[in-house]
Design a protein around this ligand. Structure first.
Ligand code: NAG
Ligand code: NAG
Length: 396
């Protein structure tokens, strides 16, 4: 048969066996497109064909990844799609451990321009990071080769990510950029505490994002809120190990946008290096970070439970004379209790040129879990008030 007829025949076969209605959505099973879950065969083409058929299906559709271990190379699932599109992960999707087999140095699995995307299932996305982490220890250095983020959502709207597990990403696990109204619930993210730059969820230039009922333990931030993030709620999240929940770092690059509106509520931090942290570089880049609430938070053996650091400089090569031009204001810490493994449990080091404004501490009970005395707080260039219980005594 001429190849176009073969293709037509295959497409016909595809429709005949692939599609199956389940709860009102048409299912496109990747194994019906030739994917094999043996952990060895590369399934990139099969996944892409299944996505393309689901995406253009004139009705609600779903790509199904059944049980099995599916090796997958760099891939981008692009919309817009006709109707809502699910991506149901029941098995394991595994990245190549060899970086040479990944064609994009920045991302592994991408979703772009998709409205009403649902990524769900009880399956696992395995980034195979252990092979790459040794290269990643230089990642704060701009000349460092970049490593792929496991799941990158760009311009995804009205969507939900639910129930999945992400393990051992080479770089961050999940990144949201340019997203609007995305909810993330009941997910689990894990990587070893010493794995470099394995942030849990990074959010930039996105608004209306909700993260609930999830557990995140990695070698870097559990959640990081970067430039241009607004209206973000984090509720019922357990963080640890890792570097805590961070706003920033901000002020490192030109043209960063303001960060406004983050509420972290009913969360637990276990054995993290930081609890809730706002960090900005001492640099000329101007910006405003405002409207944050950190409420009902339990800290268990956290090194630095409450931190504002406007001299963030992780590798110590910053000009000490420059101050941060990021204005931090309207931040409330309410009902935060537990243990700190260092003495300074509340630490506000703001910018000399842009002091922090309206920082509020209410009902804080943090005990130093160590032998060298009671917990303390430290304030520099910060204006605000404290109410209710204050242990350590407030420095505001
Ligand atoms: C976050 O919570 C506030 C209430 O504290 C609510 O007004 C806002 O709509 C919520 N945003 C999202 C994205 O859930
Ligand atoms: C946090 O927990 C308290 C007490 O269980 C509950 O009343 C409140 O609604 C929760 N807050 C959120 C944002 O879920």
């Amino acid at each position: 048969m001429p190849s176009s007829r073969v293709l037509l025949f295959l497409m016909f076969l595809g429709f005949a066996v692939v599609t199956k209605v389940q709860g009102g959505i048409k299912i496109f099973d990747v194994t019906k497109y030739g994917a094999i879950g043996d952990g060895r065969i590369d399934n990139t083409k099969a996944f892409l064909r299944a996505w393309n058929d689901a995406c253009k299906w004139d009705g609600n559709s779903g790509v199904l990844i059944p049980r099995g271990t599916f090796l997958l190379g760099t891939i981008t699932f692009t919309g817009p799609c006709k109707k809502s599109t699910a991506f149901q992960i029941k098995g394991v999707i595994r990245a190549p451990s060899n970086l040479k087999r990944m064609t994009n140095p920045d991302q592994w699995i991408g979703f772009r321009y998709v409205d009403r995307l649902l990524v769900n299932g009880r399956g696992t996305v395995d980034g195979q990071g252990d092979s790459a982490w040794s290269f990643n220890s230089c990642a704060e250095d701009p000349n460092c080769p970049s490593l792929p983020i496991s799941m990158v959502f760009n311009f995804v709207t009205n969507s939900r990510i639910s129930g999945i597990t992400s393990v051992n990403s080479k770089n961050a696990h999940i990144s949201l950029y340019g997203c609007h109204k995305v909810s993330i619930d009941n997910i689990k993210i894990t990587a070893p505490y010493q794995s470099p730059n394995t942030d849990g969820i990074k959010i930039g230039d996105s608004k209306g994002i909700k993260i609930t009922h999830s557990s995140i333990g990695t070698g870097d931030d559990c959640i990081a809120l970067l430039s241009g993030s607004t209206n973000i709620n984090v509720t019922d999240v357990t963080c640890g190990p890792g570097h805590g929940i961070s706003v920033g770092s901000l002020g490192r690059y030109a043209n960063e946008r303001n960060v406004h509106g983050l509420a972290v509520r009913n969360c637990t931090f276990r054995g993290t290096t930081n609890g809730v942290r706002i960090k900005t570089w001492a640099s000329p880049q101007a910006n405003v970070a405002s409207g944050f609430t950190f409420e009902n938070i339990f800290m268990s053996n956290v090194e630095n439970p409450i931190v504002i650091d406007q001299m963030y400089c992780p590798h110590g090569s910053c000009n000490q004379k420059i101050t941060s031009n990021v204005q931090i204001k309207d931040v409330t810490y309410r009902n935060i209790w537990g243990t700190s493994t260092t003495k300074v449990a509340v630490n506000f080091q703001c910018s000399k040129t842009f002091p922090c404004e309206n920082i509020v501490l209410q009902d804080i009970y943090l005990v130093h879990n160590g032998r060298d005395g009671a917990a303390t707080s430290s304030c520099n260039f910060v204006d605000g008030d404290s109410y209710g219980t204050q242990k350590p005594p407030s420095c505001l």
